[in-house]
Design a protein around this ligand. Sequence first.
Ligand SMILES: [Zn+2]
Length: 385
Amino acid sequence: MEKQRRTASRSCVEWVAGHIDDPLVRLRFLKMMAPPALSAGGPRRRLLIRLSLLVLPALLGSVFLVRALGRMEPVRPSIRPALPWAVPERKPPEIWLVESAEESETYSNGLRIDNRFSTRNHPRSYLAFPAGPGSKAGGVGRTEPAGIVFHTTESRQAPFEAAQNGSLKRIGESLLEYVQRKRAYHFLIDRFGRVYRIVAERDAANHAGYSVWADEKWSYLNLNESFLGVSFETETAPGQFDPAITPGQERAAAVLTEMLRGRYRIPAANCITHAQVSVNPSNMRIGYHTDWASSFPFERLGLPDNYAQPLPSLATFGFEYDPSFLHRAGSRLYAGVEMAEESLQAAAARSGRAPNAFRRLLQKQYRERLAEVRRFSSDAVEAFE
Ligand SMILES: [Zn+2]
């Protein structure tokens, strides 16, 4: 009954959202009507949402009134906290390989990598494009990892307790065999915090599918080739706020991230989650995958809060989102969506175009770059074979 009520009010909210032309106003309306799971709020917030649902008919009327009047109030630039790349970058300490045995490696920061499930794929090779919406320059060939994408396995979980030790080990091993067969990630961190190398870092792994990211200088498409994939054996819920990992996984991820950043000179702003990069080119929507949508513990891994970056999928490549995305995403990822919408509108204004026309232009540019990346990748794979 409760579920039916929630579904009905959600489709009502989505229907109203669908009639708001201005993307930023639509986004703020959705945020206001978001279910409790989207934020860290408690019963007070739930009460607020129920009250909001009571005034929905009035809101509906005002949407049509505003539409009839023409445009909604223009968005004013707001003061934002400094972006992670504007913050002086904390240099990772120097870390070195202490010992390399047949089946494992030990590093000076305490990191231990188990190589028993390690495998090869095709060598890493990708195009990086000069960043900035509207940049027309072509791609530059590279082979070094540009960043890290964090994932969750969303696999079967046994209760994390001593009595379940046998099941925990059995489930973990079958997961390792599965991700090795699929060449699914570069690293997997099991529930005991043990780090396994799956695909060698010099190779691409099948972890990110269609995906995009951009830093202050470069933009990247299809991150299987350009970013390392690190996955946690865990299962999460939509809109979740607290990280669903064990203390051992958190410590292991911190030392692994530190080592990878130092060894490959990876900027902190390029250590992000799958939910921040995943796109679907067939409908030009973000959020095809939403693992680590809002609960990734950036700060506890020695990274800046990278949820506080405008999402390049929207700001640089003109992707859109549907209301259901915000239900699955959560409040921290929402902040990146909102900043990206503001950034896109400001860039559109500078170019003298309407936001929607500007967005279409960015989407066209994305498709052209995707075609370029596909040509480059098929040439690279052919050369490898
Ligand atoms: Zn993922």
